[in-house]
Design a protein around this ligand. Structure first.
Ligand code: ZN
Length: 278
């Protein structure tokens, strides 16, 4: 599943090709995605310019003249910029045409989304899908002491395990399953610890770990940027070298204790029972 780093790398990959370009046509090949793709798009978008491409959580926000296009990659979606003459492929769902280029959403399992937020409905941040998202991990609001504050304040009185607290994304967005295990290891915190029992120094280490782990994943994806302009590119996951994730029974890279796997909320968590304390 594309996580925040993959979506951010997608944004970095497509932006230089599309910024300032005018949409010439939109074709909806199969609009039955997570929500129906608005059938009005082929009428509304042609003639409008892509002014900028932003990201909020795992949503790409394409800013056009009269509103924002929200694109989510769901479970299996990819976005690619291709020469327009390139043939469509099975599972291509929507194609946006720009003179000689196409932006294509390819989504075999159809959990992705393409939605339109017109300016007349107010700022895109007010969109119901974006409104309740946690803070962006790389925003000034999550930098330094502020990130510590957010984790500390939002976790008070929460009895849920810190792993699930992080994964829920209500405090800070983008910490998917792999990144949860890696961040908690980096911060030396046991994944089963009640979120409400985190100390302030632990919140400080965790906020720093989240920023570090996500930044590393985005940097690792940077090498795949060229893949956004060909149809076969598959950047996949960027966490090339995990310290605990998917390493059950293998020696901890710090203390050699075999890594433990547990299930929390039906998802796997990996940790070192020696390095990570409750
Ligand atoms: Zn260890």
């Amino acid at each position: 599943m594309p996580e925040l780093p993959e979506v951010e790398v997608t944004r970095l990959g497509i932006t230089p090709h599309l910024e300032g370009k005018k949409v010439s046509a939109v074709k909806i090949l199969d609009g039955r995605l997570r929500w129906p793709v608005p059938s009005s798009l082929p009428k509304i978008l042609p003639g409008q310019k892509i002014r900028a491409i932003h990201r909020r959580g795992k949503y790409l926000l394409l800013e056009l003249d009269t509103g924002h296009l929200l694109i989510h990659l769901g479970m299996t979606g990819t976005l690619r910029v291709l020469p327009s003459q390139e043939a469509l492929k099975t599972h291509d769902r929507v194609t946006f045409e720009f003179n000689k280029l196409s932006l294509r959403l390819h989504d075999p399992r159809k959990f992705g989304a393409v939605l339109w937020h017109p300016k007349t409905k107010g700022p895109v941040e007010n969109n119901l899908l974006l409104q309740k998202l946690g803070i962006e991990p790389f925003s000034p609001e999550f930098a330094g002491e502020l990130g510590t504050d957010i984790l500390y304040r939002s976790s008070r009185k929460r009895s849920v395990a810190v792993k699930q607290f992080l994964l829920a994304g209500q405090a800070v967005v983008g910490v998917g399953n792999i990144y949860c295990s890696e961040s908690l290891f980096e911060a030396g915190i046991h994944p089963g610890k009640a979120a409400g029992k985190l100390t302030r120094p632990q919140c400080e280490r965790l906020a720093a770990a989240v920023r570090l782990i996500l930044k590393k994943a985005i940097d690792a994806g940077g090498s795949s940027l060229k893949d956004f302009v060909n149809s076969d590119g598959d950047p996949g996951h960027f966490m090339v070298q995990t310290k605990v994730y998917d390493r059950k029974g293998l020696p901890c890279k710090v203390c050699k204790t075999p890594i433990t796997q547990i299930i929390q909320g039906q998802r796997s968590t990996y940790f070192c029972s020696q390095c990570q304390k409750r």
